[in-house]
Design a protein around this ligand. Structure first.
Ligand SMILES: [Zn+2]
Length: 1003
């Protein structure tokens, strides 16, 4: 141990306060009086200032009660703090169960599917009507809700999407034909590949085309025909589905008052009005009508899952959840199942008791909460109380909900900076220290608070750790070195965590001096686990929760706990050992993560690797503590500073809930059985999150444990107990009611494919930790085929087996699933590194539905087709090379990457307007910043790029790609409807394969 208590005062350094172009701290929220232009999500300023002060009449302020706090206290597992009653409930299931997906015996491995030659005898196609035997149809049309029998005037929703046998190619690819309306009944694909009402076969039907396989099996002697190619315009188009939903549902607000409504797609802009169910911004489900029995659910194989984003940021037009204060008595809960008071609780006996909607237990209403009922049995104050009328709200938690029965201290942020040779040489340390000087003024704060309650601390490290005393009374910061990394301790308490405004001068001095102190370092080795350990110990000593911001450059090979070796081995790809590439190489980080979670210590990791750093191992602690990982390979200030600083500003400023526990309760008949996301679980029901921010989601899977009832439906209640940025202990409650069905058709009519894909991707990405990647892919294909075969068998009207019929709500399932199957994690190309795969695997785990949607199927926007004056985003085109015109320019984004593709024949005027050069050949390939030019096209494109970036949670660095340039390979990787270099199937081929799988299941 070597504590240098008497380090000499550090020499003063420059005072400059750099301003980076384009930096508008106020647009990141937290700054009252922000003048930044509102962006769809970027301008959310945390809880609406003053919203807590002005609850609706009657909200909260219940008089303190003499009644004892809730009875029992959950026994915390060893090493975990007790959370009062929060976690109390049934602990039923053992190790988490997952969807049963056995491989279908007859199914072919995907890749080269030999398709039998077929005769494509024309069949007269019958327009198909509503699926048989649907007891109840719930149709949503432009916000309208119709329940009960299908109104004859309204087209039934959820009809199949049919491809007839022998669908053929219609000449060269061209502009898509007029698209069908997905809501129109009886529409199906015609033999000539265009949409329209079913009609007799066309004369050219049956002619053969070179290319891909066909499908269809009709009576008559088999006779080989040359294979035909499926017309890409004749198969379901993601772009069309997105456009239709925008047109049909984008204009009306989504009102949540009715049970089981399918919300608009995540790609549609819409407002939400909370009338008793949680907004889809908080919870989205794979289906809003779930089978009554587990037999039905097993038959359909549709996963029942909810993607929950408890602290989702809302657009400025939507109010944050109200905070309800019940005083010392705390929130009202069911005595048996501990569910929180919500709009679905039934008041009985004149209002003196209530029946729990989750477990049916009859509970007494405490006297201070009593209210009379109206003639319908509703409490007369129902609309004055958020917890009786809204889907989402918060309760102030009492001391019973606090660790060790003590109200928490405000959280702390600790900045832990790698100062080894690589970090210094790349310019990272200087850039970061300069940035922190101004960024510390924008720490998250609540309501109208003038300054953030969050305290800050600083550590630098290489092979040893340096702690800094930045106490306000010091003239200069003091450094303390801890070189005994095997037995980490915090050498100072007083002066380590400080208030920014009080210690500003000392902090500024420190941040000025750090780059100078280590400017000449030759130290290349780093430690990693001891750094996290130190931060966690510091929070423990200060008795608070908080977040560590680690800025790290290299594989930690220095002698210390958590030391790693380079074990990257591409030869393992496609072997049974490939899974080891995704697993951590030591268990030390899981142990450390568990300690962090117990302390409410969330870890955000910024990586700047020049080579393999073992992301799979380094991301274990961020992953288990609800943190984030950012990776900037081969970081150079001049190329990457904008991206890094933008991510850093957003990350530091975002509102976080600390030391959180989430529990999902369900009504009798279903229960939560499996969870996906960045968190830790020490039992089977409580999701523990050292930190949870507004970007993170938890995907929850449900299984039946009893029969459900159509009349009562199914209820979910997600309760998140957390400590706010100001140190207030709160409960955020989200409620959602779903319909239940006895007819499979109702399930298929109320599904959401984007949410299904979110679940399936997370399921698969977890699967690669334990199974060969090929097994994971096959499992997904089989499950998808089973889902579609079940629909075909039970819901579609009888038709030729040669037809592929897809449920309307799932017609994009094949194309999206194919994108998951060929993603870098499941089918890597030669250029994808092991670290990239581990990184993406980790990112997807916490993504919401909108993020997985665009990540797996990127958005491709033509830039010169629509008029320059048009203020709106241009309509996207399908992600396929054949949709690119060499006379146009396109933007492609997937939430992480952003490309500008320039066609080789683009007009010279366009080239001049955008790049300020006179010809295509003079455009610099790989350019990442467009010149700022004063013309309409340049302004439009740059503002579109800004708007795309504002919609995403991470900064997307631009890469300009020229047609036929070598960088184009990288770009083409994202044209996901095409066959990929790594062997991933084209959409057309995959659809043929799915059809074959379905037919095998049906025969
Ligand atoms: Zn109950």
């Amino acid at each position: 141990m070597n504590v240098n208590q008497s380090a000499p005062p550090l020499p003063p350094f420059g005072q400059s306060q750099p301003v980076y172009p384009g930096y508008h701290p106020s647009s990141y929220g937290g700054q009252p009086g922000s003048t930044a232009p509102p962006t769809p999500y970027g301008a959310y300023n945390g809880p609406v200032p003053g919203y807590q002060q002005t609850p609706p009449p009657g909200v909260s302020r219940a008089p303190p009660s003499s009644e004892a706090p809730p009875a029992s206290t959950a026994q915390a597992p060893s090493g975990q703090a007790a959370y009062g009653q929060f976690g109390q409930g049934d602990v039923q299931n053992g190790p988490s169960s997952t969807v049963q997906m056995q491989r279908f015996p007859g199914s072919q491995p995907f890749g080269s599917v030999p398709l039998a030659p077929v005769v494509s005898q024309p069949t007269v196609l019958q327009p198909y009507g509503p699926p048989p035997t649907s007891a109840q149809v719930t149709a949503q049309l432009a916000g309208m809700q119709i329940s009960g029998a299908v109104a004859p005037a309204l087209p039934p929703v959820g009809l199949g999407y049919a491809l007839p046998p022998g669908t053929q190619m219609t000449g060269p690819p061209g502009p898509p034909p007029p698209m069908h309306s997905s809501q129109q009944p009886g529409y199906q694909l015609q033999q000539n590949g265009s949409f329209g009402p079913a009609r007799a076969p066309q004369p050219n039907y049956g002619s053969s085309y070179p290319g891909a396989p066909t499908f269809g099996s009709q009576p008559g002697p088999p006779q080989p025909l040359p294979p035909k190619r499926l017309d890409p315009d004749a198969i379901p188009s993601p772009i069309q589905v997105i456009e239709d939903d925008r047109n049909n549902r984008g204009s009306e607000p989504f009102v949540t008052g009715v049970r089981g409504q399918v919300p608009p797609l995540v790609t549609t802009n819409f407002l939400v009005k909370d009338q008793g169910n949680a907004s889809p911004r908080y919870i989205r489900c794979t289906s809003y009508n779930i089978p009554c029995t587990s037999d039905m659910a097993k038959q359909a194989q549709v996963p029942l899952a909810a993607v929950i984003k408890p602290l989702a940021r809302l657009p400025p037009e939507e109010a944050s959840p109200y905070v309800v204060d019940h005083g010392e008595s705390g929130p009202l809960r069911c005595n048996r199942c501990k569910a929180y008071m919500c709009p679905f609780m039934q008041f009985v006996e004149g209002g003196r008791r209530f029946q729990c909607c989750f477990c049916s237990c009859i509970n007494d209403v405490p006297p201070q909460y009593f209210q009379h009922l109206d003639h319908t049995g509703k409490r007369v104050d129902a609309y004055d109380r958020p917890e009786l009328s809204l889907g989402s709200y918060e309760f102030l938690a009492t001391v019973d909900y606090c660790k060790n029965n003590k109200f928490p201290s405000p959280p702390a942020f600790i900045f832990m900076i790698d100062v080894s040779y690589n970090a210094i040489r790349s310019g990272l340390v200087r850039l970061l220290c300069e940035e922190l000087k101004s960024l510390l003024d924008f720490l998250p704060r609540e309501g109208g608070a003038e300054e953030s309650a969050i305290r800050v601390g600083f550590v630098t490290y290489n092979k040893v750790l340096h702690f800094y005393n930045v106490k306000s009374s010091l003239a200069q910061p003091q450094m303390m070195v801890v070189s005994d990394v095997a037995d980490m301790f915090v050498p100072l308490l007083d002066g380590f965590l400080v208030n920014v405004s009080e210690s500003r001068a000392v902090i500024t001095s420190l941040l000025d001096q750090i780059p100078e102190m280590f400017a000449d370092t030759r130290e290349t080795e780093t430690v990693f686990a001891p750094v996290i350990q130190a931060g966690m110990e510091a929070l423990k000593a200060a008795e608070c929760a908080g977040k560590l911001f680690l800025f790290h450059t290299s594989l930690p090979i220095a002698e210390a706990p958590g030391k790693l070796k380079n074990r990257d081995d591409r030869k393992l790809i496609n072997t049974d050992k490939e899974k080891t590439l995704f697993q951590p190489q030591t268990g030390a980080y899981q142990t450390l993560a568990k300690e962090c979670v117990a302390q409410g210590c969330c870890v955000d990791l910024f990586l700047f690797p020049n080579q393999y750093v073992d992301v799979a191992t380094l991301s274990v602690v961020p992953q288990l503590t609800g943190g984030s990982v950012y990776k900037y390979a081969c970081f150079q200030v001049e190329n990457d500073q904008e991206r890094f600083l933008s991510d850093l500003r957003r990350d530091v400023q975002k509102v976080v809930g600390f030391d959180a526990v989430m529990r999902v309760r369900t009504s009798t008949g279903i229960r939560a059985v499996d969870f996906f996301g960045a968190f830790y679980m020490s039992n089977t029901t409580d999701v523990e999150l050292a930190g949870l921010d507004g970007d993170k989601t938890v995907t929850v899977e449900f299984k039946h444990d009893d029969r459900l009832n159509e009349e009562s439906g199914a209820l979910l209640q997600c309760a998140l107990l957390y400590t706010s940025c100001a140190g207030q202990r709160r409960l955020r409650i989200h409620n959602l009611a779903l319909n239940c069905c006895t007819q499979l058709a109702d399930l298929y009519r109320n599904c959401e494919t984007d949410t299904l894909i979110n679940y399936m991707a997370k399921f698969a990405y977890r699967g690669v930790l334990n199974s060969p990647v090929k097994t994971v892919r096959d499992t997904l294909i089989t499950q998808c085929a089973q889902i579609l075969a079940c629909y075909r068998k039970n819901c579609a009207s009888p038709s030729s087996a040669g037809q592929l019929i897809l449920p309307e709500c799932m017609k994009l399932l094949p194309v999206y699933l194919n994108c998951v199957l060929k993603s870098d994690v499941l089918q890597p190309g030669a250029e994808v590194t092991t670290d990239d795969r581990a990184y993406v695997r980790q990112l997807v785990t916490s993504m919401d539905v909108a993020e997985t949607n665009v990540f797996f199927y990127p958005r491709l926007l033509p830039l010169t087709k629509s008029p320059i004056e048009s203020a709106t985003e241009p309509p996207a085109v399908r992600a396929s090379e054949e949709r690119l015109s060499n006379g146009d320019i396109y933007l492609l984004e997937n939430g992480l990457n952003l490309f500008l593709w320039v066609g080789a024949s683009v007009q010279q005027g366009v080239v001049q307007s955008l790049f300020s050069v006179s010809s295509f050949s003079q455009i610099t390939s790989g350019l990442s910043v467009l010149p700022v030019l004063d013309n309409p096209l340049s302004k439009k494109v740059r503002s579109l790029i800004d708007s795309l970036r504002a919609q995403r949670s991470r900064y997307m660095k631009l890469i300009v790609v020229k047609q036929e340039d070598k960088l184009e390979m990288l770009f083409k990787h994202f044209l996901v409807e095409d066959k990929s270099l790594s062997g991933g199937a084209s959409y057309v081929d995959f659809l043929c394969h799915m059809h074959k799988e379905i037919r095998q299941l049906l025969s």
